[in-house]
Design a protein around this ligand. Structure first.
Ligand SMILES: [Zn+2]
Length: 517
């Protein structure tokens, strides 16, 4: 993600308050004590327990839920752009990981009914976004679950702390947000620890376009009432916040890469004079993905693309899986391939390898930001060292910037500039410490080892130490976990300010909150 720092603070005020209310119930979700049997196989002796209302995330304890693991979401929707009314049925295929008396889903819209394996379940709400489901029959550990949720609502009016992650626009809507987005359009286990595959289909009035993740297994199909159903499928494990919808008036451009991957790009017709700059940037996605594959290893997903959102949409860009969505602000000064490099680097770092906890956000944003520095070098618009020198010098030692820890920024500062800029500086310092050979072995190794999974900063440090043979504890502690500007021996410390790299203005565009309108 780029350019969303102001939004984050609004929502955190609400979620922080919620933390207090859920903390007491977290323990209630702990499974019963397991007792060994003669076969050495644990048997849960206690009665079925409620699934935990969260997954233990330090920053967002109520995000996600315990007691089950989702394999697939079938999200079938009907949307009315004129009223923002969303109705739908989401079918969740999951496996119980404990005996369950109840379990939670994260969701905000009005639920009409829930069925678990065909039996009607009762529901209640708790906290800010918890739907508590009580199945008619007790669920046993290992059981396959088919959870069918029917619902409706106006997502733009479902506010949390005055905020909605659903952006209604003149001609449709965008479900694009981080770290929470699913609450406004499908019930889920909303944490990157529980990835799943998706079938997403949306019926809209004919003439409206719907873009989502992955590929279109079938062309849009006509339905009664002058409507059209758009069908999308993603077959790679996807974190909930990386599933998206873009609904409105779009020009869709399809192609195939030389490697045979489908490319689907979409451009809001509202962009007007910004349209050519958007195309001159997003149409280079395949080239940028090829370049990134040469550094990070094979591209992890089944399709590529990008969505240039409308002028009244989002004020940031997000690495939605297989197809990032870009706000209009990036095109105001002409083409910007840096944001394309950033969001597509996230396909490896953030999407395929996701954070195990949101406190590890540096593994996403530090890496995607450093990819911009590498792209600058490849474009001949400033070497990574030159960008480092300038970035480092641009924040005086007494700047508040240096007080935010990229390795543990706090829930309210997950998207702080320090996570991006000091985060990228950290990777550059790692590169200088271990040398180019080891550094460019560490990055693809990280992507390969945690492909489609999750990672922590500690695991990354261990991998970097293993490959380089160096003790890197001082480096990681200093750059990620210690307040204050670290000392460096480079041009950044010279009395003469370093030259501004040509790439700097474009790189900076992603790091300031962009106007939404
Ligand atoms: Zn990002």
């Amino acid at each position: 993600m780029e350019g969303v720092h102001s939004v984050r603070r609004v929502l955190t005020a609400a979620t922080t308050a919620l933390t207090l209310t859920t903390a007491g119930t977290m323990l209630a979700g702990t499974p019963g004590q397991a007792a060994p049997t003669a076969w050495g196989r644990p048997v849960v002796s206690a009665a079925p327990q409620p699934g935990a209302p969260g997954l233990g995330d330090t920053y967002f304890p109520d995000y996600g839920n315990g007691g089950y693991d989702v394999e697939h979401y079938d999200v079938r929707l009907r949307y009315e752009p004129a009223t923002d009314l969303l109705t739908g049925t989401t079918t969740i295929l999951a496996t119980a990981t404990q005996d369950l008396s109840t379990f939670n889903l994260d969701f905000l819209l009005d639920v009409e009914s829930v069925r678990v394996n065909g039996w009607a379940a009762s529901t209640s709400t708790a906290g800010v976004h918890e739907l508590v489901v009580t199945p008619a029959r007790t669920v046993t550990r290992g059981q396959q679950l088919t959870i069918v949720v029917r619902y409706s609502g106006v997502p733009s009016e479902a506010l949390v702390g005055g905020y909605t992650g659903w952006t209604r626009t003149d001609d449709g809507a965008l479900a694009v947000n981080e770290p929470e987005s699913a609450w406004w359009w499908f019930p889920s286990n909303d944490h990157p620890l529980d990835k799943a595959t998706y079938d997403i289909s949306v019926s809209v009035p004919t003439g409206v376009e719907v873009i989502s993740n992955g590929v279109q297994p079938r062309p849009p199909a006509a339905e009664a009432g002058n409507r059209t159903r758009w069908i999308w499928r993603t077959t790679s494990p996807t974190a909930t916040y990386l599933a998206f919808l873009a609904i409105g008036q779009y020009d869709i451009v399809t192609d195939t890469t030389p490697g045979g991957q489908p490319v689907i790009n979409a451009y809001s017709t509202s962009l007007g004079a910004l349209g050519p700059a958007a195309r001159a940037s997003i149409e280079r996605t395949g080239e940028i993905v090829d370049w990134a594959s040469g550094i990070f290893g094979p591209y992890p997903f089944e399709a590529q693309g990008g969505v240039a959102g409308p002028v009244d949409g989002i004020g940031f860009a997000l690495e939605t899986q297989t197809r990032p969505v870009y706000g209009p602000g990036f095109w105001r000064r002409g083409a910007n391939t840096y944001v394309v490099a950033h969001e597509n680097a996230h396909q490896w770092f953030g999407d395929s390898v996701s954070v195990a906890e949101w406190r590890n956000i540096w593994l996403n944003e530090g890496f995607a930001s450093y990819a911009e520095w590498l792209w600058s070098e490849e474009q001949g618009e400033g070497t990574a060292q030159e960008v480092f020198d300038f970035a480092y010098a641009s924040y005086p030692a007494d700047d508040e910037f240096w007080q935010v820890l990229p390795g543990d920024p706090g829930a309210a500062r997950v998207f702080d500039n320090a996570v991006y800029d000091r985060g990228a500086m950290t990777l550059h310092q790692l590169r200088l410490a271990v040398g180019d050979d080891a550094f460019f072995e560490i990055l693809p190794a990280w992507a390969a080892e945690h492909r489609y999974g999750n990672g922590t900063i500690a695991q990354f440090q261990a991998l970097a130490e293993q490959i380089s043979g160096l003790d890197l504890d001082d480096l990681f502690t200093t750059w990620l976990f210690t307040p204050g500007r670290p000392d460096v021996a480079s041009a950044a410390r010279k009395a003469t300010p370093p030259t501004v790299p040509k790439s700097w203005a474009k790189i900076r565009e992603g790091h300031h909150p962009l106007p939404s309108h």
